[in-house]
Design a protein around this ligand. Structure first.
Ligand SMILES: Nc1ncnc2c1ncn2[C@@H]1O[C@H](COP(=O)(O)OP(=O)(O)OP(=O)(O)O)[C@@H](O)[C@H]1O
Length: 978
C-alpha cells in the first residue's frame, strides 16, 4: 500500500512504536534541562561518565573511539579519524574537500581510529531503525515548547540575516524525512552571550549539528561557526570533527558519530573554544591555508602582486596543471584590484586544465575536434574535399549547461589549442528563419557569413592548409535562436549537414523544445556545475593573486550562493574587493543576501522557500516578494493539478492520481501530530485559501482587476505556505521528492488547441447548412452522433461500401479530413477505448484515398473561401458568427457582429445555451454590405494537400463545383457574393 492511507498508518505505527520503545518524554522545562545533562553522555565535558556508560553498551572499538574523542576535545583539536580514513566518505558536501594538513598536527594518534573498519555500511539496519529518533528531527523531544526566553538579547546576533534558502531544514539527510518533525525552539533562546573569537579560530574544523541547541537556532550556530572559519556539513563522516549537540537524543547522526568516534560538543563547549581563541589571538593550528592567506596579505602592500601567488596556485593545484602559472602571473600589468580587466577576463582559464570541473567532457571535446578533419574531410593526398557521411560520428557538438560554468571557455581553449581559428557567432542574434534556407544561411543576414564559412571550400579544401588556419564555428546560445519558430535551428541543421568546418553549438538547456531536432546531429556534452569546493579553491587562487584576504569558508559560501556560476562568483568577488581588501564571512553573507534580491528567482525556488522548513521565518515582505516573483507560475506550482495513471491503489480516484505540490509538505506547525488530523485540517484550510485565490485570479485576469493581485497572492501562495510549510515528503512510492511543474499549463494549452480545432469543425458544419447551432451545441449534441456516422460504417460494412458511405456523409456535412481527425480526437476519453479501435488499417487507408480523390470536386469550407477586403484572412470566428443564426434584435444592429472582437464572440458562444439552435439561420451579410464591406469568394480549393493545381485551375474547379452543388453550396456562395 503506497497511498496517503499508508502514510497515515505509518504515522500511527510510528506513534505506537514510539510509545513502546522510547522513554517517556519529559513534560516540562526543568525536566527537560535536566534530561539534557543526563543524556549528554557522550560529551567530552562529561568524559568519565561517558566512558563508563559507553563501555556498558558499546563494543571495545567504540569504547576506544570514545576515549579518543574525549582526549581530543580538551585540546580543541580535530579527532584523528580525519586523517586515518581517507576513502569511503559519505558526506556529500565535501566531495572534493582536502583536509588541511595542519589539522592533523596536534592530534594524538589512538589505535581506536585504526581499528575502525569504516563500516558505515554495516549499520544500515540500525540507521533505518534509528530514523525514529533521528537526531535531526527532535521528534522525541518534549512536545511542549518551553516559553521563549525574554528577547533574544545578545544571543540573537547571528539571526539578523534572513534565513538561507533551504538551509537548516534539518539536514535530516537520506531517509530521514518521513520522521521529520518540528524542531523546537532552543530552551534558552537568546539568553546567552554569543562569543566573538579570533577570526579563524575554527578554521579546519568541521561541525555537524543535531538536535536543538541550548540558546542558538541552528542557523545562528552555523553562522557563528562559519564566521570563525569552521565548516558545517549535513551529515557525520570521517571528516567531521565535532557533533554539536546539546541533548543526545540518539538518531542517525549521533549513532554515526559514536561509531566514528566523533567528539560530541555542546553549545557551551563551542562558545568556550571561540572565547579561548580571543585573548591570546592564537589561531588554531588546523588551518594552514588561512594562515598563508593572512601572511600573504600582511606582507602584501595593497594592490600589488603577491610573491606568494605562484606558490599558492601550485599548492592548490597539486596536479601541477598549467593553472598555477596562469593564475600566478596574469597577463599584463593589471595585477591588483585597480586593473582595467574584469577578473573573469583576467583569470579566465588559459589552458584546458584550468577549467574547473568537467574535465572528461573537455577531453571529449578535444578528441572530437582533433579528429574532425580526418573523419569529415579527406585529408589524405588524394583529398578532394569529400566528406564521409559516417552517421555514427557527429559533425557538430552541443555543449549544454547552466551559465558561467565554462562552456564557451572550453570551446575556445580547445580550438585554440588545436590550432583552429574560432569564429564565434551568437546564435540568438539570428532570429527567424532564413528566406531560402541555407542559400541565405542561418537566420538570414548574420548567417550569410555562417553559410559562407561552413561551405566555403576554398578556405578549407583547395587551399594549402598549412598556410591557412583551420576554422571552427562556435555558435553560442543556440537555444535562444529563432524566438518564434524553429526555423533557425532548421537552418543550423542544414548548415551542419553541408559544413566543411566543425561546428560547436552551445546552449543552456539541451532539453529545450527548439533543440529537439538539433540534438540528433550533435555529439552531446552536458556540463555539470563545479562543486563548491572546486570553486572555492579557484576563487582562493584569484583572491591570493589579487592580495585579497578572504577565508575558504566565505568563498564556499559564495560558491554555494551563486549556484555553480563561476562567472558570477568571480564577479562578486571582484565587486567586493573594490570596497575592502579583507573579506570576512559576515561581509560575504551580507553581500550575497543583498545581491540575491536583485537576482531573478525561479518559481521553483520561490515555492521551495515559501514552503521550506524555514518558510515560517520569512518576513512578510519576503513572502510577498517570493509569491509575486512570478504571479502566474508560483500559484500554479503550489497547486499542481497533476493527473496520471498510476498503477497504485488510489482506489477512490479511479486509477488516476491527482497530486498537488502543496500536499507533499509535512507541515511543521502540525508538530508531533501522528494521527494526521492536524495536517488534514491545515490542508483543508490551505485548499480553501487556494480556492479563494482562484476567485481573485479570475477577477484579475478576466476583468483586469490588477489591484487585487496582492490579495490573490496572499490567498493562493502566502497563506497556504504559512499553513503547510515544512519538510517535503513523498506520498507515493517512486515519486521524486521535489516540486514539479503544474499540469495546468499543458492542459490549458491542450484546451486552447481543442477549441481551435472545434472551431474549424464548427465553421465547416455551418457551411454545409446541415447544422445550425453554436460551437457548444456542436460539441455537446452533435459530435458523438457525427462520430457514429463516421466510424460505424467503417467498422461493420464492407470496405468499399463503408468508404463510399462515409465520404458521402463527409461531403454532405463539409467535413474535411482534418475535421475527421479532430472529431476522433475530441471523442477520446481516458478510460474509454479509442473510437478508431476495431477499424482495419486498410479501411482507413481506403477512406483517405477515396476522400482525396473526390477532393477536387468538393466544396467544403465555404467559410474558408470568404475573404473580407482589408482583412488578410477572415477570422473563422467572425465567419462562424456570420453563418450562425442571429438574434432578430441583434440583426437590426447593423454590423455589430462583425465589430465584435474575437474574445467576446467566443465568450458568447461558450455561454450561449441551446436556445439558438432552432432559430432560423440568417446570414448577416446585409449588415456587412450596409457597412460597405464586400464579401467575396476566394475561390480556393478545399485545401487538400494532395491536389496540386494551379491557382487558375483551382478557381475554375471551385467555381464549377460551386455551381454543381447548387442548392446549399451555390446558395450560400451566391448570397455571399452580394
Ligand atoms: N569551469 C571554469 N573554470 C574556471 N573559470 C571559469 C569556469 N567557468 C567559468 N569560468 C569563468 O567565467 C567566465 C565565463 O565563462 P564561460 O563564458 O565559459 O561560461 P559559459 O558556461 O559559456 O556561460 P554562458 O552559458 O553564459 O555562455 C570565464 O571567463 C572564466 O573566468
Amino acid at each position: 500500500m503506497s497511498d496517503i492511507r499508508k502514510w497515515f498508518m505509518k504515522q500511527h505505527d510510528k506513534n505506537n512504536n514510539a510509545t513502546k520503545t522510547d522513554p517517556p518524554p519529559e513534560k516540562n522545562v526543568s525536566q527537560d534541562s535536566s534530561s539534557r545533562r543526563k543524556t549528554s553522555k557522550y560529551f567530552a565535558n562529561d568524559g568519565k561518565k561517558v566512558k563508563d556508560e559507553m563501555e556498558a553498551e558499546k563494543t571495545p572499538v567504540k569504547r576506544k573511539t570514545q576515549k579518543s574523542s574525549e582526549q581530543v576535545h580538551d585540546d580543541v583539536k580535530p579527532p584523528l579519524a580525519k586523517k586515518l580514513h581517507k576513502g569511503d566518505d559519505d558526506d556529500d558536501d565535501e566531495e572534493d574537500f582536502v583536509m588541511p594538513s595542519a589539522s592533523k598536527k596536534s592530534v594524538e594518534v589512538t589505535p581506536a581510529k585504526k581499528l575502525k573498519s569504516g563500516s558505515g555500511r554495516g549499520v544500515v539496519k540500525k540507521v533505518v531503525d534509528m530514523q525514529e529518533n533521528d537526531g535531526d528531527d527532535d521528534d522525541d523531544e518534549v512536545a511542549a515548547t518551553p516559553a521563549k526566553g525574554a528577547g533574544r538579547g545578545r544571543g540573537g546576533r547571528g539571526s539578523t540575516a534572513a534565513p538561507a534558502a533551504g538551509r537548516g531544514r534539518g539536514g535530516g539527510g537520506r531517509g530521514g524525512f518521513m520522521n521529520f518533525g518540528e524542531r523546537k525552539d532552543p530552551p534558552h533562546k537568546g539568553e546567552k552571550e554569543v562569543p566573538d573569537g579570533a577570526p579563524d579560530c575554527l578554521a579546519g574544523l568541521t561541525f555537524v549539528m543535531t538536535g536543538t541547541l541550548d540558546s542558538l537556532e541552528r542557523e545562528e550556530a552555523e553562522v557563528l561557526i562559519k564566521r570563525h572559519g569552521g565548516r558545517v556539513t549535513g551529515s557525520v563522516s570521517k571528516k567531521t570533527n565535532y557533533l554539536l549537540v546539546d541533548e543526545d537524543i540518539g538518531g542517525r547522526k549521533s549513532e554515526k558519530a559514536k561509531e566514528l568516534g566523533t567528539t560530541f560538543l555542546n553549545e557551551d563547549g563551542l562558545f568556550d573554544i571561540i572565547r579561548k581563541s580571543k585573548p591570546t589571538k592564537t589561531i588554531p593550528p588546523a588551518d594552514t591555508k588561512t594562515k598563508t592567506v593572512e601572511k600573504a596579505a600582511a606582507s602584501q602592500p595593497k594592490g600589488s602582486p603577491l610573491k606568494l601567488e605562484a606558490k599558492e596556485a601550485k599548492k592548490v593545484d597539486p596536479k601541477g596543471m598549467a593553472s598555477g602559472a596562469s593564475y600566478a602571473k596574469p597577463k599584463g600589468e593589471a595585477l591588483g584590484r585597480g586593473g582595467s580587466l574584469t577578473w573573469t577576463e583576467k583569470y579566465k582559464p588559459k589552458v584546458p586544465n584550468d577549467i574547473i570541473g568537467n574535465q572528461s567532457l573537455v577531453k571529449q571535446l578535444h578528441d572530437w575536434l582533433m579528429q574532425w578533419n580526418e573523419i569529415f574531410l579527406n585529408a589524405g593526398p588524394k583529398g578532394k574535399g569529400k566528406k564521409q557521411n559516417d552517421s555514427a560520428t557527429k559533425k557538430a557538438v552541443l555543449l549544454s549547461g547552466t551559465p558561467g560554468i565554462g562552456k564557451s571557455t572550453s570551446a575556445k581553449l580547445i580550438s585554440q589549442m588545436l590550432g583552429f581559428q574560432a569564429i564565434e557567432v551568437n546564435a540568438s542574434d539570428s532570429r527567424g528563419k532564413a528566406d531560402s534556407k541555407i542559400i541565405k544561411g542561418i537566420g538570414g543576414s548574420t548567417a550569410n557569413s555562417v553559410k559562407e564559412l561552413v561551405s566555403n571550400e576554398s578556405l578549407n579544401v583547395n587551399m594549402d592548409r598549412s598556410k591557412h588556419p583551420k576554422s571552427v564555428l562556435i555558435m553560442d546560445e543556440v537555444d535562444g535562436m529563432s524566438a518564434g519558430d524553429r526555423g533557425g535551428v532548421v537552418d543550423l541543421i542544414a548548415s551542419i549537414k553541408i559544413s566543411k568546418i566543425p561546428i560547436i553549438c552551445i546552449c543552456n538547456d539541451r532539453y529545450s523544445q527548439k533543440l529537439k531536432s538539433l540534438v540528433n546531429y550533435c555529439l552531446l556534452l552536458s556540463y555539470r556545475k563545479p562543486t563548491k569546493q572546486q570553486m572555492a579553491k579557484r576563487l582562493m587562487q584569484v583572491a591570493n593573486a589579487e592580495g585579497l584576504q578572504v577565508n575558504e569558508i566565505a568563498l564556499e559560501e559564495l560558491a554555494e550562493r551563486v549556484n555553480g556560476d563561476m562567472r558570477m562568483a568571480i564577479n562578486q568577488l571582484h565587486y567586493m574587493s573594490l570596497s575592502s581588501s579583507v573579506i570576512k564571512y559576515d561581509d560575504m553573507r551580507q553581500r550575497l543576501l543583498s545581491s540575491s534580491k536583485d537576482e531573478d528567482i525561479s518559481p521553483f525556488t520561490a515555492v521551495d522557500k515559501l514552503f521550506g522548513y524555514n518558510g515560517g521565518k520569512l518576513r512578510m515582505d519576503e513572502r510577498i516578494d517570493l509569491s509575486m516573483s512570478d504571479m502566474d507560475l508560483v500559484p500554479l506550482l503550489i497547486q499542481r493539478t497533476f493527473e496520471e495513471n498510476l498503477t497504485s491503489d488510489w482506489g477512490w480516484l479511479n486509477g488516476r492520481d491527482f497530486l498537488e505540490n502543496y500536499l507533499n509538505y509535512r507541515p511543521s506547525s502540525a508538530g508531533k501530530d501522528d494521527s494526521g488530523v492536524k495536517r488534514m485540517n491545515l490542508i483543508a484550510r490551505a485548499a480553501e485559501s487556494i480556492g479563494s485565490g482562484d476567485i481573485f485570479n479570475v477577477q484579475i485576469r478576466r476583468y483586469r482587476q490588477w489591484q487585487l493581485s496582492p490579495a490573490g497572492s496572499l490567498c493562493s501562495c502566502i497563506i497556504p505556505a504559512a499553513l503547510l510549510h515544512g519538510q517535503r515528503e513523498t506520498l507515493e512510492q517512486g515519486e521524486r521528492n521535489f516540486n514539479r511543474f503544474g499540469g495546468w499549463l499543458g492542459k490549458n494549452s491542450t484546451m486552447g488547441k481543442n477549441f481551435r480545432l472545434l472551431e474549424d469543425v464548427h465553421v465547416h458544419l455551418l457551411a454545409s447548412r446541415e447544422i445550425i447551432s453554436n460551437r457548444q451545441t456542436v460539441r455537446v449534441d452533435y459530435l458523438s452522433l457525427i462520430l457514429k456516422q463516421l466510424i460505424d460504417p467503417l467498422r461493420v460494412l464492407p470496405k468499399d461500401e463503408a468508404v463510399q458511405k462515409v465520404v458521402e456523409f463527409m461531403d454532405a456535412y463539409s467535413i474535411s479530413q482534418e475535421d475527421f481527425d479532430t472529431i476522433v480526437e475530441l471523442s477520446k476519453f481516458q478510460g474509454h477505448r479509442n473510437p478508431l479501435d476495431g477499424i482495419q488499417p486498410a479501411v482507413k487507408a481506403a477512406l483517405t484515398k477515396a476522400y482525396k480523390q473526390g477532393s477536387n470536386l468538393r466544396v467544403v469550407r465555404a467559410a474558408d473561401m470568404i475573404t473580407v477586403p482589408g482583412i488578410k484572412k477572415a477570422p473563422k470566428k467572425r465567419i462562424a458568427a456570420m453563418l450562425e443564426p442571429v438574434d432578430e434584435a441583434l440583426a437590426e444592429e447593423n454590423g455589430d457582429i462583425l465589430a465584435e472582437n474575437e474574445e467576446e464572440s467566443s465568450d458568447t458562444e461558450d455561454t450561449d445555451g441551446i436556445d439558438n439552435v432552432e432559430r432560423k439561420p440568417q446570414l448577416d451579410l446585409q449588415s456587412s454590405s450596409s457597412k460597405g464591406i464586400q464579401v467575396q469568394l476566394d475561390l480556393k480549393n478545399n485545401g487538400s494537400s494532395s491536389a496540386k493545381k494551379t491557382p487558375a485551375a483551382k478557381s475554375r474547379k471551385a467555381s464549377e463545383s460551386v455551381e454543381k452543388k447548387g442548392g446549399r453550396g451555390s446558395g450560400t456562395a451566391s448570397k455571399r457574393k452580394r
